[in-house]
Design a binder for this molecule. Structure first.
Ligand code: SF4
Ligand code: SF4
Length: 481
């Protein structure tokens, strides 16, 4: 048995979260998607989004059903909005799989319980420490810990794992923000993980279409309860966790429906709890151990681009995450339309950050699904810089108690310029000095010089230069704005 195991399953009775699950009205969403909006209606939605106002589901449906001749306008508006809200910053993170035991039997997942070929493993405390050190040595500052759904992975176990990761010190580095992707908890469970200082708690609905949900999640499994999952992040917010992440697994059902439902979910959280989701994820189905590769609903690359653009326009204050499931070239292409966070150097195999060596060997039986982008963090950093992005490892708001950071970023004039960009520059400099290859360091320093030129004349420039010099010439780190 795992040395850190303290089994405790959440109760599903009497805890559905305020507003129940009525906010996903399938008939209404389908009806909206059958409409054919006038061009003026679509342009009105684009104008509202461009003013950084969140869209209603009706307005979002207009974007999703607009005539093909209006798609270019939508992409251009999304690109402009992304630049206005987030600038050229891209935040980097890495996933760390802690355990792949699972009581569920999701038909699309290599870790489902009926897959006898899956190699099951839960990291011991010592192994979690090793994996974390390996990620810190790559240069990472922000992780997402991933857990299957199993009695071994109760709230205390998750909280314990988070505390262990935060405690690791390796050279000049440490992990500064730990996010979670795990099964839904009850309110008490969310309180326990909140007290461990987690960043975002992610629960993806996978599909918002009930009949499809029932098909891919067998009814006698824990995950078979659609409403328990759908209301889970409401419970998290009621427990005081205001950074939550939602997502859908694209390919299970119609992409327009799932995109609209994600926006309905985001709007519900904002209306009921006063704060929308911190992030939205939109993974596409990938090949996995023992899973058929044919998926009739799988969105094309062009459709994925449209999903990103629509989400960017509809929920301008919410981070959009594009993961290494997607191949490198597509990630480069789609990023411009609204993505704010990507992972890099990722390995999905339990223990993969130390045990697989430098080569990224993908073994289906050991992974939840296959990755599309297996480049190292250093390579991704160099490419981001070459493409004009400012890679950031910033975690400042969370640690300075500026909660609801994504909302402030959106709502407070000058927030990006005064805080996000300086923090991005300082954390990039830390990466370049402590971890980068000579080529990446040269490219990154040139980018920082260009960004400093853009800051010339601003009283902030002196402060930023001072901190960059301290990072380059001393062991001082984590100099946050
Ligand atoms: Fe378990 Fe998650 Fe895989 Fe479903 S998707 S089988 S809950 S690990
Ligand atoms: Fe995010 Fe706050 Fe850093 Fe800006 S300053 S990137 S909002 S953590």
């Amino acid at each position: 048995m795992n040395e850190r195991r303290r089994p405790r399953l959440p109760s599903v009775s009497g805890e559905r979260g305020r507003g129940g699950a009525a906010f996903i009205d399938e008939d209404r969403l389908h009806a909206l998607l059958r409409e054919r909006p006038e061009a003026a209606q679509v342009r009105a939605a684009l104008a509202k989004a461009s003013a950084k106002e969140p869209l209603t589901v009706e307005e979002t449906a207009a974007l999703l059903t607009a005539d093909d001749s209006l798609v270019e306008e939508q992409l251009a508006a999304a690109r402009a909005l992304k630049n206005a809200v987030y600038g050229n910053r891209i935040v980097l993170f890495a996933p760390l799989y802690v355990g792949n035991a699972c009581v569920n039997d999701c038909t699309y997942c290599g870790f489902r319980r009926s897959n006898r070929d899956a190699v099951r493993r839960t990291l011991s405390g010592a192994e979690l420490d090793q994996q974390t050190r390996a990620l810190v040595r790559q240069g990472h500052k922000r992780l997402i810990l991933v857990f299957g759904e199993h009695p071994d992975y109760d709230a205390d176990f998750i909280a314990d794992s988070v505390r262990q990761v935060y405690a690791v010190r390796e050279g000049k580095g440490a992990i500064r923000r730990v996010n979670i992707n795990a099964a839904p908890l009850d309110r008490d469970g969310y309180t326990r993980v909140r007290d461990a200082g987690i960043g975002t708690y992610q629960v993806f609905q996978e599909t918002y279409h009930r009949a499809t949900y029932a098909q891919v999640h067998p009814p006698k499994t824990r995950k078979g309860d659609f409403d328990w999952r759908l209301t889970s992040l409401g419970r998290a917010m009621e427990a005081g966790l205001d950074d939550v992440g939602i997502g859908a697994l694209f390919g299970l059902y119609d992409w327009r429906f799932e995109t609209l439902a994600l926006v309905a979910h985001a709007n519900h959280l904002r209306e009921v709890y006063g704060c929308g989701p911190h992030t939205v994820s939109f993974p596409r189905l990938r090949p996995a151990s023992g899973v058929a590769d044919a998926h009739p609903f799988l969105p094309s690359d062009d459709e994925l681009e449209r999903i990103v653009a629509t989400l960017r326009l509809a929920i301008p204050y919410t981070g959009l995450i594009l993961t290494a499931r997607e191949p490198a070239a597509l990630r480069r292409r789609v990023m411009a339309y609204g993505v704010s966070q990507i992972d890099a150097g990722s390995r999905l195999e339990l223990g993969g950050y130390t045990e697989a060596g430098d080569a990224q060997v993908q073994v289906r039986e050991r992974e939840q699904f296959e990755l599309g982008d297996v480049r190292s963090l250093d390579t991704v950093m160099r490419e981001l810089v070459a493409d004009g992005y400012l890679p950031s490892f910033c975690t400042a708001c969370y640690r300075l108690g500026r909660t609801g950071e994504h909302f402030m970023e959106f709502a407070i004039p000058g927030f990006i310029k005064r805080l996000c960009t300086p923090n991005a520059l300082c954390t990039l400099e830390e990466y370049l000095v402590d971890y980068a290859s000579p080529e990446t360091r040269a490219a990154g320093e040139a980018l920082i010089a260009r960004e400093l030129t853009a800051l010339e004349g601003d009283k902030l420039a002196g402060k930023v230069k001072d901190r960059l010099a301290r990072i380059a010439t001393s062991d001082e780190r984590d100099l946050v704005f």
